[in-house]
Design a protein around this ligand. Sequence first.
Ligand code: ZN
Length: 234
Amino acid sequence: MGSYCEDVNNNFTESFNKTIDKAREKPFVAMLETVRRLSMVWIAKRSALSHFQKGLCTPCVAKILDKEHEKASECQVYPSTNGCFIVTMDGDKHRVCLQNMTFTCKKYQICGIPCEHVYGVILKRTLSDDDYVCQWFRTAMWRLNYTDGISPQRGARHWPSTLGDNVYVPPEPPQPGRNKLTNIDKKRKPGASQGGRGEVVQGGGLSQSGVGLSQSGGGEVVQGGGGLSQGGGS
Ligand SMILES: [Zn+2]
């Protein structure tokens, strides 16, 4: 059958990650349960889609061939012996050999769906384009891919119990790096930030002005202010 690849990207993983995005906020077991349920429905939908498909090939193939149709119908095809052809397109020439399935353009050999050159020959010879699409892009293969879905499971109360301790969320570890300034921190003036925050600074202010410490209330403020006022008095 050979290996063919029409496109190299990670779109399907991006699509899957987007699907389970909400589930990732949940605790571990609940997250896995949700991911399983979402995946089950995901597969079931695609399985249903694949069974609705009527043609020999997938809709993806039809789209690609539709795109190529204009160019393919404009190219010049010159036959040779042994099922070989010269195909000219955009001032360029390629050899297409349907008998040996060799093509100098190489695109078809890599992706398994007829390129413009091969499609040009197919159109000129009134052949069936579906017959030249590799097995991997056929509807039968698409259906087979989604045949074995995820088996539905019962809820957590029916699961066997280990009688072990419950698992709780661990405390958040301290984050590495410098603490980021919030917008409020940025707006605050450098001098004001020190004065506004520290109760001890207020205590120091009281000691300098010589106001009675008993007015400033209890706790650390009084102790801090007291220490400073003593230093100022001596
Ligand atoms: Zn080609």
